[in-house]
Design a protein around this ligand. Sequence first.
Ligand code: SAH
Length: 376
Amino acid sequence: MPVNLLDFDAEGLTAWFAQQGEKPFRAKQVLRWVHQAGEGDFTRMTDIAKSLREKLLLTAAVSPAPTLSDRLSDDGTRKFLFDVGNGNAVETVFIPENDRGTLCVSSQAGCALECAFCSTGRQGFNRNLTTAEIIGQLWQANRLLGQSLAADKRGERIISNVVMMGMGEPLTNFDNLIPALRLMLDDHAYGLSRRRVTVSTAGIVPAMDRLADACPVALAVSLHAPNDALRDQLVPINRKYPLADLMAACQRYLKVAPRDFITFEYVMLDGINDREADARELLRLVRDVPCKLNLIPFNPFPNSGFKRSPRENVRRFAEILIEAGIVTTTRKTRGDDIDAACGQLAGQVLDRSRRTTAEKVVIPLKSMFQQAGVTQ
Ligand code: SAH
């Protein structure tokens, strides 16, 4: 099996080159070809010594996960599905905006966290993606987008931001995530600033500390509830890392974060977490943490058991936070015509071994709906 060069960050590639008796500057050259030029064919790396090219042809490859589908939404959002083998596939979403282009990247095939309102969580967990499969999404998207946008966007970076908000919990795939993040930041690879690379987590507290040490990028935390009782139901990992621990971890992260705030994500679920009293309780929870709040209107999927908060509830909820001085935005729902909106990424996950437990978590929520007077 050839060695997949997409698995290496600069340090890893230099070490591998050293094992082959090659100098560090050669590794930099190849890194630039692969990630800056998007080149996967060694024969076209023209400024590299022929002998090295021949050696690479025999021992190495640039092998991203192959593209299974590529769909364009009416609003310009584009969703790619990549084949990660054995019947599993992961999704990557490109979201163009006026001043930036954001790529939403997956970290796992499926997810083990079983957040009650998330379609990926419902499917169960199959496995962690490798570094090559994570960075390969960026590599592939750059090529696929470059092909269609090259004419009018020449010279501009099409993907200016990366958010680890696709399928999976990035911080439970730490060891494969870090080299991928380092490539995103590396000037010889994608050269993105730390502020433009965001890891989103459901709150894996010890891994948040490790991220602060290893590669402090922007951090988003999926809060979704203002107290432990509700968060235990919606985001079951809260039973292990409750809110007090999570808030303390956010404070620690802020000491090294590239931005002076944490982004809290809060999915708006009708009758569950969207009342004025919830907003007030949320204010008390985040009072001491410099933060921005990002409200995400729930994106439905079949048999989710939840309903999106009415627009008026979202507006009122945001107003309460804004009045208290918290910068609050409401995420525009984009790409939902191609199931590319947050929480709708399903990919394809064959091993559904965790599914039974996921169903168990959903049961108490049904009674919560009844209490809230929501009819299905
Ligand atoms: N595991 C990471 C990344 C997940 S996806 C995390 O939990 O942060 C990114 C965001 O989409 C998370 O805040 C997630 O909770 C949210 N999300 C999941 N399902 C959703 C849905 N159906 N509608 C709206 N947002 C959803």
